[in-house]
Design a protein around this ligand. Structure first.
Ligand SMILES: [Zn+2]
Length: 121
């Protein structure tokens, strides 16, 4: 029947969510450590080579943490859509996203053609 549960996709999403949530946790801890290190070292000296390394590390960790948080949101959104009976259609053009793509990127909302299109815009 249409809209029946897709165990493979649900399992892939659950696994991805687990990974992403773990990443958020690890990165949050790492970032807190770097922030602490920058506060306890003499990071107010801009010319301190260690200070700039810490600043770089901090920026990189922040970016990674943002990406991991976005992934959790993407996966949660996909799980909610799946629970609502989403049958793997492209949000933009309404055509089928395709099993292969859905298993590789189970949180995706776009078919491959639309995803390519959007990257070009
Ligand atoms: Zn599409």
């Amino acid at each position: 029947m249409p809209g029946s549960p897709e165990p493979d996709r649900a399992a892939a999403l659950a696994a991805e969510r687990c990974l992403a949530a773990e990443q958020v946790e690890v990165l949050t801890r790492d970032l807190a450590r770097v922030v602490q290190a920058s506060e306890s070292s003499n990071a107010d000296d801009e010319h301190d080579p260690e200070g700039s390394t810490i600043a770089f590390e901090r920026a990189q960790l922040s970016a990674m943490l943002d990406a991991a948080r976005r992934r959790v949101q993407d996966v949660d959104g996909a799980l909610a859509r799946l629970a609502a009976g989403d049958d793997g259609r492209c949000e933009r053009c309404g055509s089928s996203i395709g099993d292969e793509r859905l298993l590789a990127r189970p949180w995706t909302r776009l078919c491959i053609a639309c995803a390519r299109d959007q990257r070009q815009v």
